[in-house]
Design a protein around this ligand. Structure first.
Ligand SMILES: O=C(O)c1cccc(C(=O)CC[C@H]2O[C@@H](n3cnc4c(=O)[nH]cnc43)[C@H](O)[C@@H]2O)c1
Ligand code: ZN
Length: 353
């Protein structure tokens, strides 16, 4: 497996600067963030699983030939999460890994349908993620919020179930802020999900579907017009449509850019061909994210190092990227101001050393 960690071309000082830079992460998946240690531990609990328990074999297992293969592997890890305690352990450990990277705030994408359909009680599932969220905030200082996403390929039954779990006041968790759409895009037309996004938005949730990851710019247009997207997951193919880039920039609709993810799933051939430079040149609000870090052999710090290299950024440029994510987040204004001030103070102190 190609190890992406620590981009060797990132200058040493920037690596140290990034490691201590306060950050926010907006596009990172719950199951996709399960560390090799957690996956190995869960795989050992379930010998019937095809997921390797050995970390080296797991690294090879997390090497994908295409996006469909990634989804197959992703679902094999979903199958390991079978009890509310598995859910709580996973969530708490993901928060620990985020805190280690100075992530002060993260919106974690969770697919509750995939767990409830596999037999986890819905109330117990919500309690498990909320327990972990409150423990992580108390012990690590990292604020977590949830995005519930529809696994689109699972169809309208999954859409209905996800919308019910996200809008029923007896079930929806306190930390829920947004509503998304994940999974393969090919053959999963966005307009069909409009009724579900309308219900989620009416319930006060923000719309943040994946779009333009493995299909063209029309999918991004559809997410904007039919799903009223406030942010776009990936949006990679937006670079093929200058009018779309201009629209994103004019209406300050952020892209949740996940550079290494796009390489690992073969959505983009090489990092040097990634359209992130086009996004910045067009004035689009770019945020940097890791998507499914252990599966892609990366972490958020490395994604910032990749962005520094591709965009030729210095410390101030990296601080601006971090502040973009805070601005694009659904954190309340006081929290945004606190993290933004911390980023500015940290950067000024670093540059005055
Ligand atoms: O849970 C099921 O039973 C099920 C049945 C059919 C299809 C699916 C999915 O497609 C689940 C996809 C799953 O993948 C998550 N994910 C993680 N990273 C990405 C990404 O970069 N692009 C799209 N999806 C991604 C997503 O949140 C879904 O949970 C499930
Ligand atoms: Zn994603």
């Amino acid at each position: 497996m190609t190890q992406h960690l620590v981009d060797p071309r990132a200058p040493r000082d920037l690596t140290a600067f990034i490691a201590n830079l306060p950050k926010a992460e907006l596009h990172v998946h719950h199951v996709g963030s399960a560390s090799p240690r957690i996956v190995s531990e869960l795989a050992a609990r379930h010998p019937d699983s095809k997921v390797p328990t050995d970390p080296e074999a797991l690294a090879d297992y997390f090497t994908f030939t295409d996006f469909a293969h990634f989804i197959d592997v992703y679902l094999s890890v979903v199958d390991l999460i079978r009890t509310p305690e598995d859910v709580r352990l996973l969530t708490y450990e993901v928060a620990r890994d985020l805190a280690r990277q100075q992530v002060r705030y993260a919106e974690l994408t969770i697919t509750p349908f995939s767990s409830t359909r596999r037999g986890i009680d819905e109330r117990a599932f919500m309690d498990a993620i909320e327990d972990a969220r409150k423990a992580a905030e108390a012990e690590f200082g990292t604020v977590l919020r949830w995005c519930f996403d529809i696994p689109g390929e699972a169809g309208l039954q999954a859409a209905e179930e996800t919308t019910r779990l996200a809008t029923d006041d007896r079930l929806r968790p306190e930390g829920l802020v947004s509503f998304g759409l994940g999974g393969p895009e090919v053959g999963v037309e966005r307009p069909q999900f409009k009724p579900y996004f309308d219900r989620a938005i009416a319930a006060g949730l923000h719309s943040v579907p994946h779009a333009g990851e493995t299909t063209g710019p029309q999918t991004v247009w559809d997410a904007l017009t039919h799903l009223r997207a406030e942010r776009i997951g990936h949006g990679t193919s937006s670079a093929q449509d200058p009018k779309l880039l201009a629209h994103l920039a004019e209406h300050r609709i952020p892209l949740e850019v996940c550079p290494t993810s796009n390489i690992a799933t073969r959505a983009v051939r090489t990092l040097d061909e990634h359209p992130i430079k086009e996004f910045v040149r067009a004035g689009v609000l770019v945020t940097i994210n890791s998507d499914d870090p252990p599966m892609f052999g990366t972490d958020l710090d490395n994604e910032y190092a990749v962005a520094a290299r591709l965009l030729d950024l210095d410390e101030r440029g990296l601080a601006e990227l971090a502040k973009n994510a805070v601005e694009a987040s659904f954190l309340e204004a006081g929290g945004k101001a606190r993290i933004t001030d911390e980023i500015d103070t940290y950067t000024a102190q670093w540059l005055s050393r």
